[in-house]
Design a protein around this ligand. Sequence first.
Ligand code: PLP
Length: 391
Amino acid sequence: MGVQCQNDATRGLLRRVRANVFSSAIGFIVPRPILATIHTAALRHNLDRARRSALEARVWAVVKANAYGHGIERVFDAFRGADGFALLDLAEAERVRALGWRGPVLLLEGVFEPRDLELCSRLDLWHTVHCDAQIDMLAAHKTQAPQRVFLKMNSGMNRLGFTPERFRSAWTRLNALPQVDEISLMTHFSDADGRRGIDHQLEVFERTTQDLPGERSIANSAATLRHAAATRADWVRPGIMLYGSAPDFPEHDAAHWQLQPSMTLSTRLISVQTLKAGDTIGYGSRFTADGPLTVGVAAVGYADGYPRHCDTGTPVLVNGVRTRMVGRVSMDMITVDLTPVPDAEIGSEVTLWGRASNGALLPIDEVAQAAGTIGYELMCAVAPRVPVAVD
Ligand SMILES: *Cc1c(COP(=O)(O)O)cnc(C)c1O
Protein backbone atom coordinates (compact mmCIF):
# COMPACT_ATOMS: atom_id res chain seq x y z
CA MET A 1 0.00 0.00 0.00
CA GLY A 2 1.43 3.36 -1.03
CA VAL A 3 1.88 6.15 1.45
CA GLN A 4 -0.60 8.31 -0.45
CA CYS A 5 -3.39 5.79 -0.41
CA GLN A 6 -2.71 4.96 3.22
CA ASN A 7 -3.08 8.64 4.03
CA ASP A 8 -6.36 8.89 2.19
CA ALA A 9 -7.65 5.78 3.88
CA THR A 10 -6.57 7.07 7.26
CA ARG A 11 -8.23 10.41 6.68
CA GLY A 12 -11.46 8.72 5.70
CA LEU A 13 -11.35 6.53 8.77
CA LEU A 14 -10.52 9.46 10.95
CA ARG A 15 -13.58 11.28 9.68
CA ARG A 16 -15.70 8.27 10.47
CA VAL A 17 -14.18 7.86 13.92
CA ARG A 18 -14.74 11.50 14.68
CA ALA A 19 -18.28 11.33 13.41
CA ASN A 20 -18.96 8.30 15.61
CA VAL A 21 -17.43 9.58 18.75
CA PHE A 22 -17.98 13.24 18.63
CA SER A 23 -21.21 14.14 16.91
CA SER A 24 -23.27 15.34 19.79
CA ALA A 25 -26.45 17.21 20.46
CA ILE A 26 -24.63 20.50 20.01
CA GLY A 27 -23.25 19.50 16.64
CA PHE A 28 -19.96 18.27 15.23
CA ILE A 29 -17.04 18.54 17.62
CA VAL A 30 -13.55 17.92 16.28
CA PRO A 31 -11.47 16.11 18.89
CA ARG A 32 -7.86 16.75 19.80
CA PRO A 33 -5.57 15.45 17.09
CA ILE A 34 -4.55 12.30 18.97
CA LEU A 35 -5.40 8.97 17.34
CA ALA A 36 -4.63 5.29 17.84
CA THR A 37 -4.63 3.33 14.59
CA ILE A 38 -4.93 -0.46 14.52
CA HIS A 39 -3.21 -2.06 11.52
CA THR A 40 -5.17 -5.08 10.34
CA ALA A 41 -2.55 -6.17 7.81
CA ALA A 42 0.13 -6.17 10.53
CA LEU A 43 -2.04 -8.27 12.85
CA ARG A 44 -2.58 -10.76 10.04
CA HIS A 45 1.13 -10.81 9.22
CA ASN A 46 2.06 -11.39 12.86
CA LEU A 47 -0.39 -14.26 13.17
CA ASP A 48 1.19 -15.84 10.08
CA ARG A 49 4.56 -15.31 11.69
CA ALA A 50 3.38 -17.11 14.84
CA ARG A 51 2.04 -19.92 12.74
CA ARG A 52 5.37 -20.36 10.99
CA SER A 53 7.16 -20.66 14.34
CA ALA A 54 4.46 -22.91 15.73
CA LEU A 55 5.26 -25.58 13.13
CA GLU A 56 2.57 -28.23 13.53
CA ALA A 57 1.00 -26.77 16.66
CA ARG A 58 -2.39 -25.08 16.55
CA VAL A 59 -2.41 -21.40 17.47
CA TRP A 60 -4.44 -19.72 20.15
CA ALA A 61 -4.63 -16.01 19.43
CA VAL A 62 -4.34 -14.56 22.93
CA VAL A 63 -6.75 -11.62 23.10
CA LYS A 64 -6.95 -11.01 26.83
CA ALA A 65 -7.11 -7.43 28.14
CA ASN A 66 -9.31 -6.45 25.21
CA ALA A 67 -6.74 -7.79 22.72
CA TYR A 68 -3.85 -6.12 24.50
CA GLY A 69 -5.67 -2.79 24.32
CA HIS A 70 -6.45 -3.03 20.59
CA GLY A 71 -10.13 -3.97 20.99
CA ILE A 72 -11.39 -7.50 20.40
CA GLU A 73 -13.81 -6.38 17.70
CA ARG A 74 -11.00 -4.56 15.90
CA VAL A 75 -8.61 -7.52 15.77
CA PHE A 76 -11.19 -10.22 15.15
CA ASP A 77 -11.09 -10.15 11.39
CA ALA A 78 -7.31 -10.37 11.27
CA PHE A 79 -7.29 -13.28 13.72
CA ARG A 80 -10.06 -15.33 12.12
CA GLY A 81 -7.31 -17.57 10.80
CA ALA A 82 -6.28 -18.61 14.32
CA ASP A 83 -7.37 -21.99 15.66
CA GLY A 84 -8.88 -20.47 18.76
CA PHE A 85 -9.09 -17.40 20.97
CA ALA A 86 -7.61 -17.40 24.47
CA LEU A 87 -8.55 -14.80 27.06
CA LEU A 88 -9.58 -14.62 30.66
CA ASP A 89 -12.54 -12.29 31.04
CA LEU A 90 -15.91 -13.95 30.59
CA ALA A 91 -17.43 -10.81 29.14
CA GLU A 92 -14.68 -10.84 26.51
CA ALA A 93 -15.45 -14.48 25.73
CA GLU A 94 -19.04 -13.47 25.20
CA ARG A 95 -17.90 -10.77 22.77
CA VAL A 96 -15.87 -13.29 20.76
CA ARG A 97 -18.96 -15.49 20.44
CA ALA A 98 -21.09 -12.46 19.57
CA LEU A 99 -18.74 -11.84 16.65
CA GLY A 100 -19.77 -15.20 15.30
CA TRP A 101 -16.70 -17.24 16.28
CA ARG A 102 -17.75 -20.88 16.62
CA GLY A 103 -14.30 -22.37 17.16
CA PRO A 104 -12.46 -22.92 20.45
CA VAL A 105 -12.37 -20.24 23.13
CA LEU A 106 -10.16 -20.84 26.18
CA LEU A 107 -10.41 -19.10 29.55
CA LEU A 108 -6.77 -18.84 30.62
CA GLU A 109 -7.57 -18.45 34.33
CA GLY A 110 -10.63 -20.65 34.25
CA VAL A 111 -13.77 -19.83 36.15
CA PHE A 112 -13.94 -17.49 39.11
CA GLU A 113 -17.25 -18.60 40.56
CA PRO A 114 -19.74 -21.45 40.08
CA ARG A 115 -22.15 -19.56 37.86
CA ASP A 116 -19.33 -19.01 35.34
CA LEU A 117 -19.65 -22.71 34.52
CA GLU A 118 -23.14 -22.08 33.19
CA LEU A 119 -21.71 -19.55 30.78
CA CYS A 120 -19.04 -22.08 29.80
CA SER A 121 -21.82 -24.51 28.92
CA ARG A 122 -23.92 -21.95 27.13
CA LEU A 123 -21.05 -20.47 25.09
CA ASP A 124 -19.06 -23.71 24.80
CA LEU A 125 -15.96 -22.27 26.46
CA TRP A 126 -12.96 -24.40 27.33
CA HIS A 127 -11.51 -23.46 30.67
CA THR A 128 -8.32 -23.77 32.64
CA VAL A 129 -8.40 -25.62 35.94
CA HIS A 130 -5.59 -24.46 38.21
CA CYS A 131 -6.84 -25.12 41.73
CA ASP A 132 -8.97 -27.46 43.84
CA ALA A 133 -11.69 -24.87 44.29
CA GLN A 134 -12.33 -24.97 40.55
CA ILE A 135 -12.60 -28.77 40.64
CA ASP A 136 -15.08 -28.44 43.52
CA MET A 137 -17.17 -26.04 41.41
CA LEU A 138 -17.14 -28.49 38.50
CA ALA A 139 -18.11 -31.39 40.75
CA ALA A 140 -21.13 -29.40 41.98
CA HIS A 141 -22.09 -28.18 38.50
CA LYS A 142 -25.29 -29.51 36.94
CA THR A 143 -24.20 -29.63 33.36
CA GLN A 144 -26.04 -30.24 30.13
CA ALA A 145 -22.83 -31.32 28.42
CA PRO A 146 -19.43 -32.30 29.78
CA GLN A 147 -16.82 -29.56 29.51
CA ARG A 148 -13.38 -29.43 27.98
CA VAL A 149 -10.73 -28.36 30.49
CA PHE A 150 -7.03 -27.46 30.46
CA LEU A 151 -5.39 -28.67 33.65
CA LYS A 152 -2.61 -26.28 34.59
CA MET A 153 0.66 -27.26 36.19
CA ASN A 154 2.74 -24.89 38.27
CA SER A 155 6.10 -26.01 36.90
CA GLY A 156 8.04 -23.18 38.53
CA MET A 157 6.25 -19.90 37.83
CA ASN A 158 4.50 -20.16 41.21
CA ARG A 159 1.47 -18.21 40.17
CA LEU A 160 -1.33 -20.50 39.05
CA GLY A 161 -1.48 -24.27 38.79
CA PHE A 162 -1.00 -27.53 40.65
CA THR A 163 2.52 -28.37 41.72
CA PRO A 164 4.02 -31.44 40.04
CA GLU A 165 3.41 -33.40 43.25
CA ARG A 166 -0.30 -32.61 43.20
CA PHE A 167 -0.86 -32.55 39.45
CA ARG A 168 -1.65 -36.21 38.94
CA SER A 169 -4.17 -36.42 41.74
CA ALA A 170 -5.91 -33.37 40.32
CA TRP A 171 -5.99 -35.10 36.93
CA THR A 172 -7.43 -38.27 38.48
CA ARG A 173 -10.08 -36.30 40.29
CA LEU A 174 -11.09 -34.41 37.14
CA ASN A 175 -11.07 -37.55 35.08
CA ALA A 176 -13.63 -39.12 37.39
CA LEU A 177 -16.12 -36.26 37.01
CA PRO A 178 -19.04 -36.71 34.63
CA GLN A 179 -18.96 -32.91 34.17
CA VAL A 180 -15.59 -33.19 32.44
CA ASP A 181 -15.03 -34.26 28.88
CA GLU A 182 -11.47 -34.05 27.57
CA ILE A 183 -8.57 -32.99 29.80
CA SER A 184 -5.70 -31.09 28.17
CA LEU A 185 -2.46 -30.24 29.95
CA MET A 186 -0.81 -26.87 30.18
CA THR A 187 1.89 -24.90 31.92
CA HIS A 188 3.39 -21.43 31.60
CA PHE A 189 7.05 -20.34 31.50
CA SER A 190 8.58 -17.64 33.65
CA ASP A 191 11.78 -17.13 31.65
CA ALA A 192 11.10 -18.02 28.03
CA ASP A 193 12.35 -14.54 27.11
CA GLY A 194 15.53 -14.61 29.15
CA ARG A 195 18.70 -16.31 30.24
CA ARG A 196 17.17 -18.99 32.41
CA GLY A 197 15.09 -20.34 29.54
CA ILE A 198 12.48 -23.07 29.74
CA ASP A 199 14.43 -26.31 30.18
CA HIS A 200 13.98 -26.62 33.94
CA GLN A 201 10.21 -26.18 33.66
CA LEU A 202 9.84 -28.24 30.51
CA GLU A 203 11.64 -31.14 32.14
CA VAL A 204 9.30 -31.07 35.15
CA PHE A 205 6.23 -30.81 32.94
CA GLU A 206 7.25 -33.64 30.66
CA ARG A 207 8.32 -35.94 33.47
CA THR A 208 5.08 -35.41 35.37
CA THR A 209 2.78 -35.80 32.39
CA GLN A 210 4.58 -38.41 30.30
CA ASP A 211 2.01 -41.18 30.62
CA LEU A 212 -1.07 -38.95 30.77
CA PRO A 213 -3.27 -38.64 27.70
CA GLY A 214 -4.47 -35.28 26.39
CA GLU A 215 -3.33 -32.36 24.33
CA ARG A 216 -0.50 -30.13 25.52
CA SER A 217 -0.12 -26.34 25.46
CA ILE A 218 2.95 -24.69 26.91
CA ALA A 219 4.36 -21.85 24.78
CA ASN A 220 3.71 -18.11 25.01
CA SER A 221 5.22 -15.75 22.39
CA ALA A 222 8.75 -15.89 23.75
CA ALA A 223 8.76 -19.68 23.90
CA THR A 224 7.17 -19.93 20.45
CA LEU A 225 9.90 -17.76 18.93
CA ARG A 226 12.92 -18.85 20.95
CA HIS A 227 12.39 -22.46 22.00
CA ALA A 228 11.50 -24.97 19.31
CA ALA A 229 11.03 -27.61 22.01
CA ALA A 230 8.05 -25.67 23.33
CA THR A 231 6.30 -25.76 19.96
CA ARG A 232 6.36 -29.55 19.89
CA ALA A 233 2.96 -29.50 21.52
CA ASP A 234 -0.62 -29.41 20.31
CA TRP A 235 -1.21 -25.71 20.90
CA VAL A 236 0.87 -22.55 21.29
CA ARG A 237 -0.42 -19.42 23.01
CA PRO A 238 1.16 -16.34 21.43
CA GLY A 239 -0.01 -12.96 22.66
CA ILE A 240 2.40 -10.05 22.48
CA MET A 241 4.04 -11.11 19.22
CA LEU A 242 0.67 -10.86 17.46
CA TYR A 243 0.71 -7.17 18.30
CA GLY A 244 4.17 -6.59 16.88
CA SER A 245 6.18 -6.29 20.06
CA ALA A 246 9.30 -8.40 20.64
CA PRO A 247 8.87 -10.55 23.75
CA ASP A 248 12.61 -10.50 24.42
CA PHE A 249 13.41 -6.84 23.74
CA PRO A 250 16.13 -5.50 23.94
CA GLU A 251 17.96 -8.74 23.18
CA HIS A 252 15.96 -8.84 19.96
CA ASP A 253 13.70 -6.24 18.44
CA ALA A 254 10.48 -6.67 16.51
CA ALA A 255 12.31 -6.37 13.17
CA HIS A 256 14.58 -9.26 14.16
CA TRP A 257 11.50 -11.46 14.62
CA GLN A 258 9.86 -10.02 11.48
CA LEU A 259 6.98 -8.62 13.47
CA GLN A 260 5.08 -5.53 12.37
CA PRO A 261 3.61 -2.93 14.72
CA SER A 262 -0.15 -3.38 14.98
CA MET A 263 -0.82 -0.09 16.76
CA THR A 264 0.26 3.45 15.99
CA LEU A 265 -0.28 6.23 18.49
CA SER A 266 -0.03 9.56 16.73
CA THR A 267 -0.88 13.19 17.26
CA ARG A 268 0.10 16.62 15.96
CA LEU A 269 2.09 19.64 17.06
CA ILE A 270 -0.09 22.34 18.56
CA SER A 271 2.63 24.88 19.31
CA VAL A 272 6.26 25.65 18.51
CA GLN A 273 8.57 27.50 20.92
CA THR A 274 12.03 28.96 20.37
CA LEU A 275 14.27 28.74 23.41
CA LYS A 276 17.60 30.34 24.22
CA ALA A 277 20.41 29.02 26.37
CA GLY A 278 19.25 28.63 29.98
CA ASP A 279 15.54 28.42 29.23
CA THR A 280 13.76 25.48 30.84
CA ILE A 281 10.79 23.41 29.75
CA GLY A 282 7.72 22.25 31.59
CA TYR A 283 6.94 21.23 35.15
CA GLY A 284 9.88 21.09 37.50
CA SER A 285 12.09 22.75 34.87
CA ARG A 286 13.53 19.31 34.25
CA PHE A 287 15.21 20.30 31.00
CA THR A 288 17.45 23.31 30.41
CA ALA A 289 18.43 24.36 26.89
CA ASP A 290 22.19 24.70 26.55
CA GLY A 291 21.82 26.84 23.44
CA PRO A 292 19.15 28.04 21.04
CA LEU A 293 16.57 25.29 20.62
CA THR A 294 13.27 24.92 18.79
CA VAL A 295 10.77 22.65 20.49
CA GLY A 296 7.31 21.53 19.49
CA VAL A 297 4.40 20.85 21.80
CA ALA A 298 2.48 17.69 20.89
CA ALA A 299 -1.10 16.96 21.92
CA VAL A 300 -0.54 13.80 23.96
CA GLY A 301 -0.03 13.26 27.66
CA TYR A 302 -0.32 10.78 30.43
CA ALA A 303 -4.11 11.11 30.37
CA ASP A 304 -3.95 9.46 26.94
CA GLY A 305 -1.88 6.58 28.28
CA TYR A 306 1.48 7.98 27.22
CA PRO A 307 3.68 7.00 30.18
CA ARG A 308 4.66 9.76 32.54
CA HIS A 309 7.88 7.90 33.24
CA CYS A 310 9.14 8.91 29.80
CA ASP A 311 11.54 11.80 30.15
CA THR A 312 14.12 13.69 28.14
CA GLY A 313 15.55 11.40 25.49
CA THR A 314 12.52 9.19 24.85
CA PRO A 315 12.37 8.66 21.07
CA VAL A 316 9.55 10.34 19.09
CA LEU A 317 8.98 10.79 15.35
CA VAL A 318 8.03 14.21 13.96
CA ASN A 319 7.04 14.10 10.29
CA GLY A 320 8.49 10.60 10.40
CA VAL A 321 11.91 11.89 11.52
CA ARG A 322 13.36 10.53 14.71
CA THR A 323 13.90 12.99 17.53
CA ARG A 324 13.52 13.04 21.31
CA MET A 325 11.20 14.19 24.00
CA VAL A 326 12.50 17.00 26.25
CA GLY A 327 11.21 17.74 29.74
CA ARG A 328 8.35 16.09 31.57
CA VAL A 329 5.19 14.47 30.27
CA SER A 330 2.16 16.58 31.23
CA MET A 331 -1.44 15.41 31.42
CA ASP A 332 -2.24 16.48 27.84
CA MET A 333 1.06 17.56 26.29
CA ILE A 334 4.65 16.62 25.69
CA THR A 335 7.51 18.69 24.30
CA VAL A 336 9.81 17.48 21.57
CA ASP A 337 13.16 18.64 20.22
CA LEU A 338 12.68 19.89 16.64
CA THR A 339 16.40 20.19 15.80
CA PRO A 340 16.37 17.25 13.34
CA VAL A 341 13.08 18.45 11.77
CA PRO A 342 13.58 22.12 10.83
CA ASP A 343 10.46 22.14 8.64
CA ALA A 344 8.15 21.05 11.49
CA GLU A 345 5.27 23.40 12.23
CA ILE A 346 1.92 23.46 13.97
CA GLY A 347 -0.03 20.51 12.58
CA SER A 348 3.04 18.36 11.87
CA GLU A 349 2.52 14.67 12.51
CA VAL A 350 3.97 13.27 15.73
CA THR A 351 4.27 9.50 16.14
CA LEU A 352 4.56 8.25 19.71
CA TRP A 353 4.95 4.63 18.60
CA GLY A 354 4.15 2.57 15.55
CA ARG A 355 4.33 3.71 11.94
CA ALA A 356 4.57 7.28 10.63
CA SER A 357 2.95 8.36 7.35
CA ASN A 358 6.31 8.24 5.60
CA GLY A 359 6.69 4.60 6.67
CA ALA A 360 9.25 5.26 9.42
CA LEU A 361 8.86 2.95 12.42
CA LEU A 362 9.18 3.65 16.11
CA PRO A 363 8.96 0.34 17.99
CA ILE A 364 6.71 0.47 21.02
CA ASP A 365 9.38 -1.54 22.84
CA GLU A 366 11.83 1.38 22.65
CA VAL A 367 9.33 3.77 24.17
CA ALA A 368 8.43 1.23 26.84
CA GLN A 369 12.08 0.80 27.71
CA ALA A 370 12.47 4.57 28.10
CA ALA A 371 9.55 4.44 30.54
CA GLY A 372 10.97 1.51 32.48
CA THR A 373 8.21 -0.82 31.34
CA ILE A 374 7.26 -3.21 28.54
CA GLY A 375 5.28 -2.84 25.33
CA TYR A 376 2.41 -4.86 26.83
CA GLU A 377 1.68 -2.17 29.38
CA LEU A 378 1.68 0.71 26.90
CA MET A 379 -0.74 -1.07 24.55
CA CYS A 380 -3.09 -1.93 27.37
CA ALA A 381 -2.99 1.56 28.82
CA VAL A 382 -4.15 3.66 25.85
CA ALA A 383 -6.89 5.71 27.46
CA PRO A 384 -10.57 5.52 26.52
CA ARG A 385 -10.51 9.18 25.47
CA VAL A 386 -8.20 8.35 22.55
CA PRO A 387 -10.18 7.81 19.30
CA VAL A 388 -9.28 4.61 17.49
CA ALA A 389 -9.22 3.98 13.75
CA VAL A 390 -8.68 0.68 11.97
CA ASP A 391 -6.77 0.42 8.72
C1 PLP B 1 -0.91 -13.86 28.46
C2 PLP B 1 -0.67 -15.31 28.35
C3 PLP B 1 -0.05 -15.83 27.22
C4 PLP B 1 0.51 -14.97 26.13
O1 PLP B 1 1.72 -14.40 26.57
P1 PLP B 1 2.60 -13.46 25.63
O2 PLP B 1 3.83 -13.22 26.42
O3 PLP B 1 1.81 -12.22 25.44
O4 PLP B 1 2.81 -14.20 24.38
C5 PLP B 1 0.07 -17.20 27.13
N1 PLP B 1 -0.39 -18.01 28.12
C6 PLP B 1 -0.98 -17.53 29.22
C7 PLP B 1 -1.44 -18.47 30.27
C8 PLP B 1 -1.14 -16.18 29.38
O5 PLP B 1 -1.73 -15.70 30.48
